[in-house]
Ligand binder design. Sequence first.
Ligand code: ATP
Ligand code: MG
Length: 180
Amino acid sequence: MRLRELWLYGFKSFGRKTGVRFAPGITAIVGPNGSGKSNLIDAVRFVLGEANARALRGSRLEDLVFSGSAARRGLGYAEVTLVLDNRDGFFSLPYEEISVTRRILRNGESAAWINGSPVRLKDLSTLFLDTGLGQGAFAIVGQGEVDALIAERPEARRTAFEELAGIRRFRERKREAEAD
Ligand code: ATP
Ligand code: MG
């Protein structure tokens, strides 16, 4: 599995449709302060199903929508698509390429698609759960997160280990069954 492309429209500082193609190997993103480097990572987290606006450095999810700049008016929605290479069958879906899209409207409504089919937001987080890309996993390590993990309560730390071990899926199901 490999990230192939990231497309943004109306997400944070990206008021114009913007695409990033990741070639095999290491990609480094460089640019001046405030140019949107961290926003790109927020966009990846957003598609992975992040539901907590603060994890995306906003106070509400609506704050993710491009609010305008000196040159360009604000937009009505933000949309991010992640294109993943699945030729190795990493995701148990019958596609060699998986395209995951999430959109959020300024009024807070949201929508998501996997390879063009509408899905629930929960389906996005479930797709990535236990893959190492799930919430609380270490595929993305933010500034200060290593320190935070060390300082974390033991229960919170366990979530991280469960995701690494690939057993969070089962715990989530158990929790859902108990809630029914
Ligand atoms: P640094 O090198 O300082 O870490 P960076 O390249 O990581 O900078 P980001 O944090 O990605 O920069 O981008 C910050 C910019 O994004 C700010 O200028 C902020 O105004 C802009 N921004 C954030 N949310 C929105 C939004 N909803 N609409 C328009 N611009 C936004
Ligand atoms: Mg930054």
